[in-house]
Design a protein around this ligand. Structure first.
Ligand code: WT7
Length: 588
């Protein structure tokens, strides 16, 4: 592993968390969120109805922006009432506690109402990416035995009808836009369903440990796993939104993720509602001009997005920013992929705001590390209050051998300090920790060793205690005896002014075990040439040393990404080596 530049703090040195964020207990938080001692605990009640009960019902929960500039707003009271109706409609259809409800539609009002209504009656909610084709839909719904699907007429016709026969558990399909033509065969219509439903409260007394959310994750490798979360996860959503995003009740928040990804659920729906803030929801996908206009015009104060989007904005060039001002914007945070230091510097120049990186996973359910109090560009930050992070090395070759007692790395052994590179492991439990991989108990057990959750991410902790991403353990390259994290190489390439994005893979090599190949995309005004290729190779060799510098660099128009914005190195590798591409359901 090459020595990493020490990393400088931007602006001020790291500050400790303020006391009100540090001195918290989960029990006290639950009390703050109105949870009573009777054992009932429902995340939708905490997210929505609690505010109505406290006289904040007229505040705006969501501001929806449609394709054609149409805007509509939904207050907390309206959201409470509509979700009651949908919950009651589900009950009338025989859907109850523990039944799985799937959602497949764009980010529109009905999706958000349905999530909360289904949670209210104890159903388990599983949102799918709206761009999924029939096979990923079938795979996920079959795994979970989904009983009800909410979708649009066109998605139903194109994607669900062809596989409906293969989903014996699927009892009801609700269409949210059955406009006038009358319900299609064997489907129900959203409007009629809601009109017929009583508008009394739909709450059933769910418990803190009842299942609530099911998020499928394939990461960048392997087949989809359904990570199950419970109602009390909202305690983590609430706490971390305050700690890591500084989200407050007066904020206009924009989380750009789709609820088909856990970010769009934890921070696109539950966290901002728990806090009582207003969220902007844009139906469209990434578009540089639209996004900047939205940030400016809607007065977004806190913006949570992903490095891919930021890099696309960088790629668009400074002209995008001419004449724009973002006086309301006070915090930008990022998640999902390493955030390179250049992107941070770019944001400071373009928005007048730094970007705070955050690290977490579908499995952790909420942010665990963040660059909140210590803004060191390129680093992911430090554990949030209440999170205890260790770096470990699994003993033995197989994960299972290593399970009993992974070796703790660092100066003082178990004390989790000092410089080290290892697998990031977190002390359990916390409210949003996943409770199962649906139907795969061994795979779930393999994620834990004693009281530690093993993340599968290789991470470096520097002498200051800041954490740096090295790579997914499955992406790490062994080249001539060196362990190379692809992100380390990508970070160096992206530091070159011509490079917009880089993806790095290992290619099998008889001599070295693997050699390193990089795929790069260039900034908008840069033309690929042999001279540039040599320059990039030399730049990488200078920064990384010959052992871990890429041997090959290929220019690409774009890199394959998952829908959540991660570079799919597995796919780059498969294409390079002419191997089967495997499960591509999350490919953007
Ligand atoms: C993986 C999790 C991302 C949150 C939602 C769930 C990678 C996440 C960072 C970061 C570098 C990151 C890790 C992690 N990742 N945050 N700040 N820097 N890498 O996402 O689909 O379950 O993916 O995303 O590899 O394990 P997910």
């Amino acid at each position: 592993m090459p020595a990493q530049a020490p990393g400088k703090y931007y602006g001020s040195e790291p500050r400790p968390f303020p006391n009100e964020l540090l001195a918290f207990s989960w029990a006290a938080l639950a009390q703050e969120l109105g949870v009573t001692e009777d054992g009932a605990f429902n995340m939708a009640w905490i997210a929505v109805d609690r505010h109505v009960a406290a006289g904040r019902g007229e505040r705006i929960a969501f501001r929806f922006l449609g394709e054609d500039e149409r805007r509509s707003e939904l207050s907390y009271r309206e959201l409470a009432q509509l979700s009651d109706r949908f919950g009651n409609a589900l009950t009338a259809l025989g859907i109850g506690r523990g039944d799985c409800v799937f959602l497949l539609c764009e980010r529109r009002c009905e999706l958000y109402v349905a999530v909360l209504g289904a949670l209210k009656i104890g159903a388990v909610v599983s949102p799918l990416f709206p761009a999924f084709g029939p096979e990923p839909i079938r795979n996920r719904m079959a795994q979970a035995g989904g009983k009800l699907l909410l979708t649009t007429s066109s998605a139903y016709r194109r994607k669900v009808l062809p596989i409906r026969e293969q989903l014996p558990a699927l009892q009801h399909v609700v269409l949210i836009d059955d406009l006038g033509a009358g319900p299609q065969a064997a489907t129900l219509d959203w409007d009629s369903l809601l009109d017929a439903a009583p508008d009394r409260p739909a709450l059933v007394p769910t418990a803190a440990a009842d299942s609530a959310l099911l998020h499928f994750t394939s990461g960048t490798t392997g087949t989809p796993k359904g990570a199950l979360h419970v109602h009390q996860a909202i305690l983590s959503h609430y706490a971390t939104a305050r700690q890591a995003l500084d989200l407050q009740v007066d904020d206009v928040f924009w989380c750009t993720a789709d609820p088909g990804w856990v970010t769009g659920m934890s921070y696109g729906i539950l966290a901002p509602l728990a806090i009582g803030a207003t969220s902007v929801v844009d139906v469209g996908d990434f578009d540089a001009v639209r996004w900047l206009t939205l940030l400016e015009r809607e007065g977004v104060t806190v913006w949570y997005t992903a490095p891919t989007a930021l890099r696309l904005l960088i790629k668009g060039g400074p002209g995008l920013f001419a004449g724009r001002h973002f006086p309301a914007l006070r915090r930008i945070a990022s998640v999902g992929e390493p955030l390179n230091a250049e992107a941070v510097a770019w944001a400071e120049a373009s928005f007048g705001q730094t970007i705070r990186d955050t690290w977490w996973q579908t499995e952790t359910g909420a942010i665990m590390l963040a660059n909140t109090q210590s803004a060191k560009p390129g680093a992911m930050g430090r554990p949030l209050p209440g999170v205890v992070a260790h770096l470990v090395r699994r003993r033995g070759d197989s994960a299972v051998d290593g399970l009993e007692s992974p070796e703790m790395l660092g100066e003082k052994g178990e004390e989790a300090v000092g410089e080290a590179v290892g697998e990031l492991a977190l002390e359990t439990p916390w409210p949003s920790l996943f409770r199962a991989y649906l139907g795969q108990p061994e795979r779930y057990r393999a994620c834990f060793a004693g009281n530690l959750y093993l993340s599968g991410d290789l991470v470096r902790r520097d002498a200051d205690g800041d954490f740096w991403f090295v790579g997914r353990s499955d992406d790490v390259i062994k080249s001539a005896g060196h362990l190379v994290g692809p992100c380390e190489v990508e970070r160096v390439l992206m530091a070159h002014p011509a490079v917009a994005e880089a993806g790095v893979i290992g290619k099998p090599d008889a001599l070295a075990g693997a050699t390193i190949k990089a795929f790069v995309t260039l900034k908008h005004d840069v033309v690929a040439s042999e001279a540039l290729r040599s320059e990039l190779l030399a730049h990488a060799r200078r920064q990384l040393g010959p052992a871990v510098a890429p041997r090959e660099i290929a220019f690409a128009e774009c890199l394959p990404h998952t829908r959540s914005g991660k570079i799919m190195r597995r796919l780059l590798r498969a294409r390079e080596l002419g191997e089967p591409e495997g499960d591509n359901s999350t490919l953007e």
